[in-house]
Design a protein around this ligand. Sequence first.
Ligand code: C2O
Ligand code: CU
Length: 529
Amino acid sequence: MRRVGPVRVAGSVAAGTVALLLGLAGCGLVPGSVTPVDEVEFTNELAIPPLAPSRVVDGARVFSLRAQEGTTEFLPGVETRTWGFDGPYLGPTLRAERGERVAVEVTNDLDEPTSVHWHGMHLPAAMDGGPHQEVEPGGTWRPTWRIDQPAATLWYHPHPHGATEKHVYRGLAGMFLLDDDASRAADLPQEYGVDDVPVVVQDKVLDDAGQLQLSDDGSEPGTLGGTVLANGTVGAYHEVTTEAVRLRLLNGSTARTYQLGFADREMDLVATDGGLLDAPVRLEQVRLAPGERAEVVVRMEPGETTRLHSFEADLGGVVVPFAMGGNDDFDVLELRATDRLAPSPEPAWTTSAHAADDALRESDATVTREFELDDRRINGRTMDMGRIDETATVDATEVWEVRSIVPMPHTFHVHDVQFRVLTVDGDPPPPELAGPKDTVYLEPNRTYRLLMRFEDYTDPDVPYMFHCHMLLHEDEGMMGQFVVVEPGQDAGTVPEHDGGAEHGDHSDADAGGSGPDVTPATDAHQGQH
Ligand code: C2O
Ligand code: CU
């Protein structure tokens, strides 16, 4: 097996941070919380993001998304300036079936460049929506690809170079649900917005004028807000009319990690980031770091009320957990069962016809790569748009050994693939990491061995990203780039600044994006105007 090791750098910026944190720990702050969440009444009906309209043009399902400014009344009578897709905050839920070709017309009505990344999606790098596919103000980008992966709760959000935290925090994010043969036939609640409910969990700091604030005081791992939102609703309740409800939980926050569950009942975990588990797992809580998803099924009795709660999160060996949200506990969403509940099945499903093709086998792995994370660097380097850090061969199965060497929260996200967590420090992963994953919380000083395969698409010149999904960390350079190439092919070159505000050369209005081709489906769509 080929082993690709990290570039080791003597000394570490981590030392400074640890000293800072130890100072904080010693300065008399009681280990309650420095980032408490406000108590609120749960009297607002949970907003359900609408399903995005689409139309089929030449065999492709075509969606459109428009990034725009607006205002949102998070608190009664207070207009907060926000950003959203096709509305003032968050965006519609896109939904497509395995095997379908999709196309999205992404228009940027903001005053600055943005991008839309399809988090968790297997697709060509030029369609990925990372920092190399920014859309200039007034511009439209038209990615297209074929859905070829299991049913899952994916999501989309901007990924502009150095500004992802701000764009997501202002409200640009939405869900992208995939269906397949297994999910369609599953005994699972399936009525969108009724018993199959998207729940985007986020936290905000609202200043005295009710405006969104990102702290710039060096807090780690970023801004932790005292106002918690579910789908943009503060103090949300959802009326449950069935014996069981499926919650598609997404941590859409920039920095906060949640430990979600119910004080008075267990739940069935049915899916992780990239799709269904082999079988449901009953558990009390699921930890979700930024970018991670979990689908859970919760049972209710007629007339009762319960609340989805975020318990004190176990952040692993973090040096001062109470300064990083680890001691916060608060309610997120109230579920109110009606007096009569329609029957719901016990969660069960059979495997997809694609399961054998999708399967990853450790025995197929031919390459092992090591990734070591410190404060802001991965393998001693910060992000360089012009540097390709890793080159993978198409169809190769690889093991990525990832380890954070600092006592602070980090996550690890890989574009294009869903991986399997083989081991955590040599042990089998807990149930919440046992399904397909694209993002994983890294407990400090533990080695996560991730198994993945880079299929179908090669492009030596357009990279995919791997990075920390704590968005301040990502923006401050905790990101690297990889390309997928044909056997024997070398990585190409990427222009150093081919995205971003400085150069508007690749995504001006009505250009076909940075991909080499504008597909027939997109052309046909353009022809309709
Ligand atoms: Cu959810 Cu590279 O991002
Ligand atoms: Cu990080």
